[in-house]
Design a protein around this ligand. Structure first.
Ligand code: IDC
Length: 325
C-alpha cells in the first residue's frame, strides 16, 4: 500500500492562507446547502473556471505562468485537474500522477482558487472497475488537503453503459474513504451516460432524484457540448437544478468530441441557465491541443505568454470573457 507515504510531501500540508481578494479568501470552506453550493457564511455561490486536459498529455500547460493567468487575467474561481485513469494515465504510474495532481492543486491553493480533483475515468465506463485505484488516489489527495478549504473530489468523470444503481454503490464505497481524511470536502458524483443525467441513454434526472447517494455534501455532475446537445439536455439540467445540487464540471461550445465549429448561441443559453440557477462550472479545456475546444493556440504551452487574447483560439476568447463575468 502506497498511501500518503508514496509522495514526497507530508500527509497533510497544513492550512495555506489564500491571497486577499481571491475566491477562497472570500468564500472559505464551501458546503452543499439544499440544491446549492454555499460559502462559509451560508450564502449561495457560483464558481466559474476551467478544466485542464489530461495531465499525461498537457502537464506543460499547467505552469506558474499559466495558472497566474487563469487566476489573475481570467479571474477564475476554480481549476479542475484531470487525472485520467487509462490512456497512459494514473494506472500506468500511480505515484507520478499523484505527484502531478498534487503539484497542480498546490498551485491552485497558492493562488486562492478552488480545485476539482477529477478522477478522469472514461473507458471503461463502469467506475467500479477502478475502485481500488480510486481509493488509493483519493486517500493520498484527501490526506494532503484535509486542512484546506479548497478542494472538491470528483470521483467519476463520465460513467457509461452502467446503471445509476452501480454508480451510486461506487460512490457509497469511495466517499467514506475520502471523508475519513477530509470530512468536509464536497464530493462530485458523475451521472449515467457520460454525465448527462442519463439523457444520452434514454433516462433522465429522475433516477437520481428517486435514489440519491447516501452521503452528505454531495453534488451531481452534468456535462454538455453545446453543438451536439440540444434542448432535451438543457431541459434536463434545468429540472435537475431545482431538485439536486448540480455542478457542471465539463462543457464545450463545440461537438461532443470537443471539436468542430463553435455554437456560441446554444452555449450562451446554457450559461444563462447556469447563472440563473447558481450552477458552478468548469469549461473543457485549458490546453493547446489542436481541437477547437482547447483554449490556447497550438504551441502556446511551449512559450511563456499566457495572458490576454492573442494566445487564444475563438472558443478561448469567448470563454475567458465569461469566466471574467
Ligand atoms: C477528449 C480530448 C481528446 C482526447 C480524448 C481522449 O478532447 O484530445 O483524445 O478525450 O479520451 C469528454 C471527456 C473528455 C474528452 C472530451 C472531448 O470527459 O475526456 O476529451 N469529452 O471529447 N466527454 C465529452 C467530451
Amino acid at each position: 500500500m502506497a498511501g500518503a507515504q508514496a509522495n514526497e510531501g507530508p500527509p497533510s500540508r497544513g492550512a495555506v492562507e489564500a491571497p486577499a481578494g481571491s475566491a477562497v479568501a472570500r468564500n472559505g470552506q464551501l458546503a452543499v446547502c439544499g440544491e446549492r453550493l454555499c460559502n462559509e457564511r451560508g450564502r449561495a455561490v457560483q464558481l466559474r473556471g476551467m478544466s485542464s486536459h489530461g495531465t499525461q498529455w498537457y502537464e506543460r500547460c499547467l505552469t506558474d505562468g499559466s495558472l497566474d493567468a487563469l487566476a489573475q487575467d481570467w479571474g477564475a474561481d476554480v481549476l479542475r485537474v484531470s487525472t485520467y485513469v487509462q490512456e497512459g494515465g494514473y494506472e500506468s504510474d500511480p505515484e507520478r500522477f499523484t505527484r502531478i495532481a498534487q503539484r497542480v492543486v498546490d498551485q491552485a491553493v497558492e493562488r486562492g482558487m478552488y480545485a476539482v480533483i477529477d478522477w478522469h475515468q472514461l473507458d471503461p465506463g463502469d467506475p467500479n472497475e477502478n475502485t481500488e485505484l480510486a481509493k488509493r488516489f483519493f486517500t493520498d489527495m484527501a490526506s494532503r488537503y484535509a486542512d484546506q478549504p479548497n478542494v472538491f473530489y470528483e470521483i467519476a468523470n463520465e460513467p457509461s453503459g452502467v446503471e445509476w444503481a452501480d454508480i451510486k454503490s461506487y460512490a457509497e464505497e469511495v466517499i467514506p474513504v475520502i471523508r475519513e481524511h477530509d470530512p468536509d470536502g464536497v464530493a462530485l458524483v458523475g451521472t449515467r451516460a457520460w454525465s448527462s443525467l442519463g439523457v444520452s441513454e434514454g433516462a433522465d434526472e429522475q433516477e437520481v432524484v428517486d435514489d440519491p447517494v447516501d452521503a452528505d455534501n454531495v453534488m451531481y455532475t452534468f456535462h454538455f457540448y453545446a453543438a451536439s446537445h440540444d434542448e432535451r439536455y438543457l431541459e434536463a439540467l434545468s429540472r435537475a437544478a431545482d431538485q439536486l445540487p448540480v455542478f457542471v464540471t465539463e462543457f464545450g461550445t463545440q461537438d461532443a468530441a470537443g471539436e468542430g465549429e463553435n455554437d456560441f448561441d446554444a452555449a450562451q443559453r446554457y450559461l444563462d441557465l447556469m447563472a440563473e440557477k447558481g450552477i458552478s462550472w468548469t469549461n473543457w479545456n485549458y490546453s493547446d491541443d489542436e481541437r477547437s475546444g482547447a483554449v490556447f493556440k497550438p504551441g502556446t504551452c511551449d512559450g511563456d505568454q499566457w495572458s490576454g487574447t492573442e494566445v487564444l483560439k475563438e472558443a478561448g476568447v469567448w470563454i475567458r470573457e465569461r469566466v471574467k463575468g
